[in-house]
Design a protein around this ligand. Structure first.
Ligand SMILES: Cc1cc2nc3c(=O)[nH]c(=O)nc-3n(C[C@H](O)[C@H](O)[C@H](O)COP(=O)(O)OP(=O)(O)OC[C@H]3O[C@@H](n4cnc5c(N)ncnc54)[C@H](O)[C@@H]3O)c2cc1C
Length: 838
């Protein structure tokens, strides 16, 4: 009995020490104490106490004396580590090291400091930024009809191009000193979001010069002369920039571009200068067909060693005026029936002077690092905003549509099947917008959050697609029949663009989020890797020893925390005192996830080593857990930042439950597929010691969420804030807004008419025929409603009729007329006919 008590006490003590990540000295003192107790109380047989004492001395002395520990343990592990560490190319290393870590590191720590998140400033616009959003952006949206742009002009009208240039839309990320708008990341994100609620073409056209490209690269790496010349020209639209990286043979594997430049002497402006003879073949380049300034990535070689001793210098970025002889540019691709300018360009043995390299000769070969560093921040703004913008459009317009469209005498939004789709749409959007704002805010705090911007790009475009697909199902045929009355089809077609660019989503999910996250956010892995690269053996030994033993303590601590939080339902996890009470448990659950992710990540890296890189499905699921924790954190932050809006609480609760359930599924996916079955069994016991506790959000909660989408309210406005709300009578979104208001106003009047008819105040069927107009007239004649009320009912009916209308066209969809008008036979010309008919 005494032995059992001793054993239990020792195990409990070890669990507490591990949970608290106690120092080696504390561990040694506690174990020494336990052995002393065993001797004193005879809890163990004498021989066992003796054996434990000997083992303790053998281990405790070397483990607590750093010099001995290094000689006996760490140096041997370091040597083994160096052998098993998978080789990392220069480009891989630059990609992993790019940018900074922020809240992602906390999520990986096993014990996130929630105060850090809650204290992060909530982004806000300056007066100038707000003015730009409320006026310039609104004006730009009002100038663009996506249908006409896409189907008639096949391009933005010249006046729109000019407006974009004149109002500085291309200079949002260029500093004011160079004539740009110098906007914050948040302002930039707001602008992109609003444009994306209206037209994909205008959004992409504004987006590209403000993302990774000449402006961004020059601002960070350009020579003073390059900045002085180009930045003001770019800010004012005197140059149209594009950036060409993708080659037909190198898309996702962009570092493998075969495009090359050879350092040589050549003629430029009548002088013999040092430069490069460049050959390239690029495709998919946005704004390329109309660009005046081509940002070009290629691999530089110096076979004659004119600039140094390296033959293969590496990826290099240059700026080439497209008027330069040999630059072939102008042809267009047609990206999913969107008409933003996109096309191929190429050149063969084109000589460019050295000072066309961004940053000049010293930046030869530094192109990949430049691209990765700029991507670390930029990826968090443009595409997350565009995915969120399209989701806002889908939620607001579809919610309204589902309220005014009736089938079986009921608004379709009230059917449970439709409700399910609406619920997903609302819950997803609440979370997406929260993550968009949090990520932009992090960038404004000076972070270049490589992992978080990857998460934002991946999940906000992916969820954007889900929202739009759900919306398509809700609106049925109305979403399918293209024409000016279709408010959704263009977004449905264009979302895959956001999914594919800046790191296609499957690749980002499978390789980047966890692959980069585990190395960058883990408190010790990068330090261990860096120690293996250290050439000074004493320094390497000391650094590796500190990282290794820190890592062991970290893993043990997370193992204990995973088990304890699992067994206790994480009820005892400390949470900042002043969070909203209704969110308190979520912080505790996320802390549990954090410990379990850190533990699972360590076990995965430790047992699979370099093979984990090829186990993309495991890596993707581990990344999903990290991503869901980030999206959940953003959701909690939003709820606090917006003043704990009780009316919005269903959206927050649904998003949190959905994320927790999905995170649980991802944990289960990793554990069930873990290659070593014994480790998998142990992992399951630790991560889910009492089974799986998370459920899908309840139907009742889903009902509350869906209701919020069906009627005008402050919640609906907050959910779709920053959306362009058109006013033109023919705009389908404006028509839905009007029909919704009119329908809600008319419904009580219609109810009175029905009640009066039932009470026999008038006969609704005599004389027969005449429809609603006759019914209203009879109710009016019977004094049941006033003439103004009658007009309201008729207006609601007429506005709804406009909403449910779809476009139709002549037999040939207008092709013959199109040929006459534009001389291009292969372009769908339906719109021309429609326009003429209108
Ligand atoms: C509309 C549009 C605009 C663009 N604009 C530009 C531009 O301005 N400048 C520019 O340089 N480029 C641009 N691109 C190119 C874009 O960056 C590439 O399309 C993208 O990098 C993917 O390359 P890919 O299309 O060749 O697909 P592939 O590389 O062939 O990939 C196909 C699929 O395989 C997946 N995949 C690839 N490798 C892995 C892996 N290791 N693990 C798991 N999955 C993997 C990808 O995720 C993707 O789903 C644009 C593309 C489009 C469609």
């Amino acid at each position: 009995m005494l032995t059992l008590i001793w054993l239990m006490a020792v195990l409990l003590g070890m669990l507490v020490l591990a949970y608290l990540n106690a120092s080696g000295i504390l561990w040694s003192a506690a174990l020494a104490g336990a052995i002393a107790v065993a001797w004193g109380t005879h809890a163990l047989p004498g021989w066992l106490s003796l054996a434990l004492s000997a083992l303790f001395v053998l281990l405790a002395i070397p483990l607590n004396i750093p010099v001995l520990r290094r000689k006996l343990i760490s140096d041997a592990v370091l040597a083994a580590f160096r052998k098993v560490l998978p080789p990392m190319s220069q480009t891989e290393r630059e990609a992993i090291e790019a940018g900074t870590v922020w809240w992602d590191a906390e999520l990986f720590s096993g014990r996130p400091q929630w105060r850090k998140l809650l204290d992060a400033p909530t982004p806000a616009l300056t007066a100038d930024e707000q003015h730009f959003l409320d006026h310039d952006v609104e004006e730009l949206c009002a100038m663009v009809s996506d249908w006409e742009t896409t189907n008639i002009d096949r391009d933005l009208p010249p006046a729109v191009w000019q407006f974009i240039k004149d109002r500085g839309f291309w200079g949002m990320n260029i500093a004011k000193e160079f004539g740009g708008l110098g906007f914050s990341a948040f302002a930039h994100s707001q602008v992109m979001t609003k444009l994306s609620t209206h037209s994909g073409t205008v959004s992409v056209t504004v987006m590209v010069p403000n993302s990774l490209g000449p402006g961004e690269l020059l601002a960070h790496y350009g020579t003073d002369e390059q900045k002085r010349y180009y930045l003001p020209r770019l800010a004012k639209g005197l140059e149209i920039p594009c950036f060409a990286l993708t080659n037909p043979t190198a898309g996702s594997d962009a570092a493998a571009i075969p495009d090359y430049g050879v350092v040589c002497w050549g003629e430029h402006d009548g002088k013999r200068v040092l430069g490069l003879r460049v050959t390239w073949d690029k495709r998919y380049i946005t704004l390329g067909p109309v660009a005046t300034l081509l940002g070009l990535a290629f691999r530089a070689y110096d076979p004659d060693h004119l600039v140094g001793d390296k033959g293969d210098i590496g990826i290099t970025c240059a700026l080439i005026p497209t008027s330069h002889p040999g630059v072939e540019i102008g042809r267009r691709h047609m990206p999913l029936n969107a008409v933003f300018q996109n096309g191929p360009n190429w050149g063969r043995d084109v000589f460019i002077p050295m000072d066309w390299i961004i940053g000049g000769q010293p930046m030869l070969g530094r192109g990949w690092r430049m691209l990765m560093e700029c991507l670390a921040a930029g990826r968090g703004i443009s595409l997350p905003s565009s995915g969120t913008g399209m989701a806002k459009l889908a939620v607001r317009a579809t919610g309204g549509y589902a309220r005014v469209r009736t089938q079986f005498k009921t608004p379709i939004g009230r059917f449970e099947g439709i409700e399910e789709a609406l619920t997903r749409m609302g819950g997803n959007l609440y979370m997406m917008d929260a993550a968009r704002v949090l990520t932009a805010g992090a960038i404004d705090m000076g972070e270049k959050p490589a992992v978080l911007s990857g998460i934002a790009k991946l999940h906000l475009t992916e969820r954007g697609r889900q929202v739009v697909i759900d919306a398509m199902d809700v609106v049925g045929g109305k979403g399918i029949m293209m024409g000016p009355s279709n408010f959704l089809g263009a977004a449905y077609m264009q979302l895959p663009v956001a999914i594919t660019v800046e790191g296609a989503n499957i690749l980002t999910r499978s390789l980047i989020v966890f692959g980069q996250g585990a190395i960058r956010c883990h408190p010790f892995v990068l330090k261990e890797i860096e120690a293996t690269r250290e050439s000074d053996s004493a320094k390497a030994s000391a650094a590796f020893d500190a990282a290794l033993f820190g890592h062991i303590g970290f893993t043990l601590s997370n193992m204990a925390r995973t088990l304890v939080t699992g067994l206790t339902g994480s009820h005892f996890v400390n949470v900042p005192a002043n969070v909203a009470p209704e969110t308190h448990r979520y912080y505790q659950q996320l802390t549990r996830f954090s410990a379990a992710l850190a533990f699972l990540a360590d076990v995965s890296m430790g047992s699979l080593g370099g093979a984990l890189k090829r186990k993309e499905k495991l890596s993707a699921r581990l990344g999903d857990i990290l991503s869901l924790m980030y999206l959940s954190s953003a959701t909690l932050k939003r709820y606090e930042a917006e003043g704990r809006q009780q009316a919005d609480a269903p959206l927050m609760h649904w998003a949190m439950w959905d994320a927790m359930f999905k995170a649980q599924t991802a944990f289960e996916g990793v554990i069930s597929n873990f290659p070593n079955r014994m480790i998998a069994a142990v992992l399951r016991r630790f991560v889910f010691p009492l089974g799986r506790p998370y459920f899908v959000p309840s139907d009742a909660l889903g009902h509350d969420v869906a209701k919020l989408l069906l009627e005008p309210s402050a919640t609906r406005d907050r959910l779709t804030a920053c959306m362009y709300l058109p006013t033109s009578a023919e705009n389908p979104v404006a028509q839905i807004e009007r029909a919704l208001t009119a329908t809600l106003a008319a419904e009580p009047i219609e109810a009175r008419i029905r009640a009066a008819a039932k009470e026999g105040k008038f006969d609704p069927k005599v004389p027969p025929g005449g429809g609603l107009d006759a019914l209203v007239a009879r109710a009016q004649a019977a004094g049941v409603i006033t003439s103004a009320e009658g007009a309201q009912v008729i207006a609601a009916r007429d506005l709804t009729a406009k909403v449910i209308r779809v476009d139709d066209f002549p037999q040939d969809l207008g092709l013959s007329q199109m040929v006459g008008a534009h001389g291009q036979a292969a372009v769908p010309a339906a719109a021309v006919v429609h326009k003429a008919a209108a």
